[in-house]
Write a protein that binds this ligand. Structure first.
Ligand SMILES: [Zn+2]
Length: 106
């Protein structure tokens, strides 16, 4: 997705980021760990076609919104602007969380 240079608003604090200031883009990717259990390592062609048809039939019954929601549960990509201060704060929070989780690990 191309970055729109016309909107330089920090999406965390709402402050306008001047052109001579650094603007940070955050790209956040959330994805489900692939833990899908395949029923059969080598299903027959008919079985595969039946599964495929059942999946298509299920998706056809879903609204566009439901399809998008299902897709978002598997993969979601968010992008937004941050000013320097909010970028620093985000960095601090991530570091803090990492340090805390390191403490509880065996
Ligand atoms: Zn900000």
């Amino acid at each position: 997705m191309a970055y729109d240079d016309t909107d330089r608003t920090c999406e965390e604090c709402g402050r306008w980021i001047e052109r001579n200031e650094l603007l940070f883009r955050v790209r956040l990717e959330i994805f489900a760990e692939p833990t899908i259990h395949l029923p059969d390592p080598a299903p027959g062609k008919e079985r595969l076609a039946a599964d495929w048809n059942a999946l298509i039939a299920r998706m056809e019954r879903m609204s566009d919104e439901q399809v998008q929601e299902a897709a978002d549960q598997v993969h979601e990509l968010l992008e937004y602007n941050l000013c320097r201060e909010c970028r620093r704060e985000l960095h601090r929070r991530i570091r803090l969380r990492r340090d805390l989780s390191r403490d509880v690990e065996p």
